[in-house]
Design a protein around this ligand. Sequence first.
Ligand code: SF4
Ligand code: SF4
Length: 163
Amino acid sequence: MENLGKGESRLLKTATQMDHLLSEVILLQGDYVAKVCSRCEEPCCNRVQHLFDEKDTIFAKVSGRKSVPRRKHQTSKGCPFLSPMGCLLTPKTRPFTCHRYLCSRLKEEMMKHDPGLVDMLTEQFRLLEDLRAKLWEAYLDVLAATGSSHGAMGGAPLRPHRV
Ligand code: SF4
Ligand code: SF4
């Protein structure tokens, strides 16, 4: 029982750190994404499909957000959350990979106005990847403590733009 408490508090602490760092990343990219992605003629969101992974799912659950949307049977091309107005998801509910991907146009615009920004973001993405690995580790510890193969955080089994 004590182990379970420790594991859960580690999960919560890690998710809180991720949340803060993600807020910074979203803020730092915001103006560039708004300017460049809104005029993009070949959005990356049109070339991908369901991007959520297990760590995105755990992060959503531990942060008290709605579970990530499930993969739907899809016949059309592109991400199902892309609308004519942009991404239908709020920034913090998007898959991590959507934050991390900086295409060359986005990078160029950043370099032009703030030469150190791309390196700063790269370091923050690295820290976020480390935190995601810690989150996964803590999640596995909670599963081991509960003896469950899934559903340690609310029952539902885990399943394994930008503007
Ligand atoms: S990040 Fe994606 S949507 Fe934004 S400019 Fe690059 S390709 Fe286009
Ligand atoms: S930013 Fe939104 S629309 Fe684009 S790929 Fe990510 S979830 Fe899909």
